[in-house]
Design a protein around this ligand. Structure first.
Ligand code: 48F
Length: 257
């Protein structure tokens, strides 16, 4: 059989178009394919929810690939070891309470399991705005990252979702858009994003799970973004909090609809 480049091109275009059209109206839209967003997407998809995830970069995994200072190992504490086990990610005890995992295995396994469970991931897409209806976040405004980088004057497209999850990590990008543009008060002490505090792993890891929750109608914070919104500390290359945060937000949403 001769290979025809036009068939190859049509296959990609038709299949992608179908996938994107289905993602324009979903139960949950997640922004950011770091560990928190992908874990959240995995549990939601596994529970049968229609979930789409939009990631700015070419690669998924956010800050997990690089472990600490590019040493590609991650540390996960006792409490979150069960999540590594659920994904089938190998871990070994370093000393009491501290487990180590290979960050490459962790990212690739979480991504693989999430996609196989039904999560639709759209990489190379940046969320540049949100849709707000009746003072509630109702969807996202998307553009190609390449358009953003080139600074081209190209209008975006929109998608609708019952709930949006901000899993954009340190910059808390969706929460900041809400703050800047919508006039909606966030459920923080100041009504605005409070900015993350300096490194404190013990406090950061606990608060990140507590802070991963609804921050205004229709919008949840998940993972590092949650501490950036509520003013909790950063925690460096320990990742249990990200895994537990993703699982917690998914559980809340599964219970909600
Ligand atoms: O930063 P990231 O890995 O967030 P996370 O899942 O995990 C945090 C840890 O990696 C680490 C840490 C642990 O101590 O603090 O930083 O909370 O992943 C966030 C992802 O969101 C993407 C970004 O490219 C990254 O892959 N992202 C950010 N803003 C946008 C976005 C946007 N506007 N549109 C699409 N993707």
């Amino acid at each position: 059989m001769k290979l025809d480049e036009i068939v190859i091109s049509k296959a990609i275009i038709e299949s992608y178009k179908e996938k994107l059209v289905k993602a324009l109206d979903v139960d949950v839209a997640i922004v950011g394919a770091g560990p928190a967003g992908m874990v959240c997407g995995y549990y939601l998809a596994k529970a049968g929810k229609n979930v789409a995830l939009f990631e700015r970069k070419l690669s998924v995994g956010g800050g997990m690939w690089g472990g600490g200072i590019m040493f590609n190992e991650i540390v996960v504490q006792d409490k979150a070891k069960g999540v590594l086990d659920e994904f089938g990610i190998k871990s070994r005890l370093y000393e009491k309470g501290y487990y180590l995992a290979d960050s490459i295995e962790a990212v690739s396994t979480i991504c693989s399991k999430a996609v196989k469970a039904g999560l639709k991931i759209f990489n190379l897409m940046s969320v540049e705005d949100v849709m707000v209806r009746n003072k509630r976040v109702a969807g996202l405004v998307l553009n190609w990252t390449a358009v953003e980088i080139a600074g081209l004057h190209v209008d975006p497209i929109s998608m609708r979702s019952r709930v949006v999850v901000d899993a954009t990590g340190h910059p808390a990008e969706v929460a900041r858009i809400i703050e800047k543009k919508s006039g909606i008060r966030l459920k923080t002490k100041t009504g605005k994003t409070m900015g993350e505090g300096s490194m404190w792993a013990e406090v950061g890891e606990d608060t990140i799970v507590r802070n991963s929750k609804e921050i205004c109608p229709g919008l949840y914070a998940c993972g590092m973004c949650a501490n950036a919104v509520f003013g909790g500390p950063r925690m460096g290359p320990i990742f249990g909090g990200m895994l537990l945060a993703g699982k917690k937000v998914a559980k809340d949403l599964i219970g909600r609809f």
